[in-house]
Design a protein around this ligand. Structure first.
Ligand SMILES: NC(=O)c1ccc[n+]([C@@H]2O[C@H](COP(=O)([O-])OP(=O)(O)OC[C@H]3O[C@@H](n4cnc5c(N)ncnc54)[C@H](OP(=O)(O)O)[C@@H]3O)[C@@H](O)[C@H]2O)c1
Length: 272
């Protein structure tokens, strides 16, 4: 669990306070990258205080693996949250607020997303609107509704500067959102609704990072790699364990300089 240890203890401003366990929330935590992130975080004992694993249907068949994991790890608190539904996000923020109290929320991972495919000629308005609802409005509303809890954590923390165990939002984007990279990859993967909505998410995160930097809340974007999940498909390049191990390691290197940046799971800056 070296990767996770680095999230909580080897930021540039590493200190005794940095080693304190943190309160973490992950959206879309019932499968794929989100579920593996929950697993790797809780398996490193003593590093997470409370881990809010959010999913839209905790009692449905897609959440069985998460329910099983939660039975083994009491640090996991499963919270219902559909990022397409503002009331559901508000309700989740209330539940989490009551549980974290004066500690606030240290790390929010905007992971939930959908990957609709299609060229410009094939893509419908509905596919574009659905992608914007989940991949853009969803994470933006989650940031807005959890901001009071991130603020509490930022104020309560004794860590100077910015860090993922002080107050941070990691947004799961994609290299397919990159205008530069699209020139070289479009013929292989048109995926217009995905590319366009993740590009918009990038702008949301950059705006949020500018707005919140004075409050020392770190906001970044990450490309997790091309990962074998339901979204990535069976032919994807890397296993979910490799992706998450890398993401957690990179999160550990994040400080003030990384706010507003777009990095991949190996720490490489992605072109806009
Ligand atoms: N895999 C890749 O190669 C890759 C590459 C680039 C970026 N990404 C990004 O990485 C993130 C995780 O992807 P993944 O590969 O783990 O995908 P995944 O296995 O398809 O899982 C997607 C997750 O998002 C959740 N979700 C979708 N819509 C939601 C909503 N309205 N409310 C709450 N949760 C919702 C799903 O929940 P349900 O089970 O309820 O549907 C599921 O937990 C996504 O943002 C994705 O775009 C992935």
């Amino acid at each position: 669990m070296d990767a996770l240890r680095s999230v909580f203890s080897s930021t540039p401003a590493a200190s005794a306070e940095n080693k304190m366990a943190s309160n973490v929330l992950i959206t879309g935590a019932n499968r794929g990258i989100g579920l593996e992130m929950v697993r790797q975080m809780v398996e490193d004992k003593g590093r997470v205080k409370k881990l809010f694993a959010c999913c839209r249907d905790p009692n449905g068949p897609n959440a069985e693996a998460l329910q099983d994991l939660a039975k083994e790890h009491p640090d996991i608190i499963i919270v219902t949250m559909d990022v397409n539904n503002l009331e559901s996000i508000k309700e989740a923020a209330k539940v989490v607020g009551l549980k974290v109290g004066e500690e606030g929320l240290n790390l929010l991972v905007n992971n939930a997303g959908i990957g609709l495919e299609g060229s410009i000629q094939e893509t419908t308005s509905k596919q574009m609107l659905d992608s914007f609802e989940t991949n853009v409005l969803g994470p933006m509303n989650v940031i807005k509704e959890f901001l009071p809890l991130l603020r509490v954590a930022a104020k309560a923390s004794k860590i100077s500067g910015m860090s993922c165990n002080k107050a941070a939002v990691i947004n799961m984007s994609s290299m397919e959102a990159s205008m530069d990279i699209t020139k070289y990859t479009y013929s292989e993967a048109a995926v217009v609704p995905f590319r366009v909505s993740k590009a918009a998410l990038n702008m949301v995160a950059v705006c949020a990072s500018e707005e919140l930097k004075k409050e020392k809340i770190l906001i970044t974007l990450m490309h997790p790699g091309w990962v074998r999940t339901d979204t990535g498909g069976v032919d994807a390049e890397i296993d979910v364990k490799v992706s998450v191990k890398g993401i957690l390691k990179v999160m550990g290197t994040m400080g003030e300089k990384q706010t507003g940046m777009f990095l991949d799971y190996q720490g490489k800056t992605q072109p806009w």
